[in-house]
Design a protein around this ligand. Structure first.
Ligand code: MG
Ligand code: MG
Length: 621
């Protein structure tokens, strides 16, 4: 990129169809999030109780450009009898555009069965609409819909635009239509930049659906799905395109989510694409080497109960904060913080959520770079109020409200604990608790319409990779799970959602206490030994005897091993990489629970056992 090129020269735009609510809400949410412009999707205008001139004023008041008016459908290569009427129809829409104060209209390829398969005819029609537009100082761009009757590829649309050869007619490309068909965007780099009139960006999951259903219901913002949107944007930029980058997403979940939240995610998504396509230069995602601590918001009563539960799991009270009602519990490399400080963020969290995880801290090499990345991606940051001599721990806020602190190694060899806590000396490692050594994963339960935003947050800021979705069976409905894993495996975050309010996930989310961390898994080198050392103090989740009969049938396990697993309520799974053994505690005050995990080469989460865990938890309701 030449030095003199400004960091960002493309307007950031979003289609009104991406956002929920009334048109006024959509515009306000887009402006608040920081977008420069909006696409007016025709339906949003038709259902608006006011004139196009009012929409123009609303947009102007918010500082939003109207980047395009769309879509104009089923125009080109229509049967002869419709040609004159189609041009009249266009003139009426041009009237609307002039009232709106926008100069560009999007024509998408004809989907009608009656459309004629004739590129020359399509070109002649598009030349005619270009001529009409030019007469009024307007422009038109032509987009190939993935399900167009005869035109469904960008190269075909470009060929027709070249044939039409009119200065007021250009090409529109849309990452969804190209990538969902598996088409190659590389050739877009050869289109002269000034002939590219508009660029739309959308992502999608890889579902085995026809492209129309995929488009109408499951499109998502770039970075939320599985298409290579940055790989699409690179040839667009190489072409010399200088117009808006506009998000156009149709998604059932976004339609039910608050427009402000969706607009904020959308801006983060666009900023991520600018970075990944080379348009913006921002720090790379931080390398996460582990979890430094997990912090629980509690009050005196629940704090004492949770401390007792942690003690039963082998944690010891390791320190007290110098100036706050904050205690540290430790085992191996695991730090759990219980915060019952009044008038704090934790107490506010407790007020809304009850006893719950309010923060965690990730170990990264460079916390400042991570915060700079968060700022570039427009993600809100947070700094704790600190007492004299206390360390400032930079943080960002995750979509569910949890604070995510970033802790880098102290160049002087100190730790965040030395400065802020009065620490008790620890035992030798061999006498430390029940052998739990680290945090293996932290699982969150989220509302169904919160999954895409969470995936984007963790992917964009921290470069976590989203594993393919897994469906888990709860006795009361389906739980959808997507695990996010940091490169290198230093941080694992399974995210669970459920459309049913009666599943373990659904009950957690629909309780007044809301979404957030539902379980934390600890690493042990020997789960049977760790559980055996619990004695009778720790409330462990009982697994039905039938489970062990099935295990015996599925895997050739030694009888004595099987008997121990049955006695200790251990679960077992095997995958190509190795075995996965685990056990769960009961749920603390109906909220969250803990898991003990032994990995013998396995990288998964024991998904095969989820149904048994969910059934056991449902039985304890
Ligand atoms: Mg489009
Ligand atoms: Mg787990």
């Amino acid at each position: 990129m030449p030095d003199e090129m400004p960091a960002r020269r493309h307007l950031r735009s979003i289609a009104t169809v991406c956002l929920s609510g009334r048109l006024a809400d959509k515009l306000e949410s887009a402006a608040r999030a920081g977008f420069d412009g909006i696409e007016i999707f025709e339906n949003d205008l038709l259902t608006f109780d006011g004139s196009p001139a009012e929409v123009r004023r609303m947009a102007e008041d918010l500082g939003l450009a109207i980047t395009i008016y769309q879509p104009f459908r089923d125009f080109e290569a229509a049967p002869e009898a419709l040609r004159a009427r189609n041009l009249d129809r266009a003139e009426r829409k041009f009237d609307v555009m002039q009232e709106l104060g926008t100069t560009l209209m999007l024509v998408c390829s004809n989907v009608q069965p009656t459309a004629i398969d004739d590129d020359a005819r399509a070109a002649a029609d598009l030349r005619a609409i270009g001529e009409r537009a030019a007469g009024r100082g307007l422009r038109v761009c032509y987009e190939a819909l993935a399900w167009g009757r005869h035109v469904n590829r960008w190269a075909q649309a470009w060929h027709i635009v070249q044939m039409a050869d009119h200065p007021a007619l250009g090409l529109a490309v849309d990452s969804f239509h190209t990538l969902a068909l598996g088409d190659d965007p590389a050739g877009i780099a050869e289109v002269p930049g000034e002939r590219l009139f508009f660029v739309q960006l959308a992502d999608a999951p890889k579902l085995s659906l026809d492209v129309l259903s995929l488009s109408r219901h499951h499109r998502c913002f770039p970075g939320q799905g599985e298409l290579d949107v940055a790989g699409f944007l690179r040839p667009v930029l190489a072409a010399g395109y200088s117009g808006p980058l506009s998000l156009e997403v149709f998604n059932d979940e976004f339609r039910s989510a608050p427009s402000r939240v969706v607009a904020r995610d959308a801006l983060c998504s666009l900023a991520l694409m600018e970075a990944e396509s080379g348009l913006a230069d921002i720090p790379p995602p931080p390398h996460i080497t582990g979890v430094e601590f997990v912090e629980f918001a509690v009050d005196d009563t629940s704090g004492a109960a949770l401390a007792a539960m942690l003690a039963s799991l082998g944690f010891r009270h390791a320190g007290h904060h110098r100036s706050k009602q904050v205690d540290l519990y430790r085992q191996g490399g695991i730090n759990l913080v219980l915060n019952r400080e009044q008038d704090s963020l934790a107490s506010e969290h407790f007020h809304w959520h009850g006893p719950s995880v309010c923060a965690l801290a990730l170990r990264v090499a460079d916390a400042a770079a991570a915060i700079a990345r968060a700022e570039a991606l427009q993600v809100s940051k947070w700094r704790n109020p600190v007492g004299a001599g206390e360390r400032v721990i930079p943080a960002v806020r995750a979509p569910d409200g949890m604070l995510v602190h970033l802790v880098a190694p102290d160049p002087h060899g100190g730790s965040i604990w030395d400065a802020d806590f009065i620490l008790a000396p620890g035992p030798p490692p061999e006498a430390d608790g029940i052998g739990l050594t680290a945090i293996d994963h932290i699982a969150q339960a989220l509302p169904a319409n919160g999954l895409a935003g969470a995936v984007l947050f963790w992917r964009a800021l921290f470069g976590l990779e989203a594993l393919g979705p897994v469906d888990l069976t709860d006795p009361y409905g389906l739980v959808r799970s997507r695990a996010l894993v940091s490169p290198g495996g230093g941080f694992r975050l399974p995210l669970n959602v459920s459309d049913s309010r009666e599943t373990t996930t659904g009950r957690f989310v629909s309780a007044a206490s809301g979404a957030g961390v539902q379980h934390i898994a600890f690493v042990t080198a020997d789960v049977a030994a760790s559980v055996a050392r619990l004695a009778d103090r720790a409330p462990m989740l009982s697994i039905a005897a039938n489970y062990y009969d099935d295990l015996a049938a599925r895997w050739a396990l030694d009888e004595a091993v099987l008997a121990a697993m049955r006695r200790l309520h251990l679960l077992y799974d095997r995958e190509p990489g190795g075995a996965f053994l685990h056990a769960y505690t009961d749920t603390f005050e109906g909220r969250f629970f803990f898991e003990l995990v032994e990995r013998r080469g396995a990288t998964g989460f024991g998904a095969a056992n989820a149904a048994f865990r969910l059934a056991a938890q449902a039985a304890r309701r």
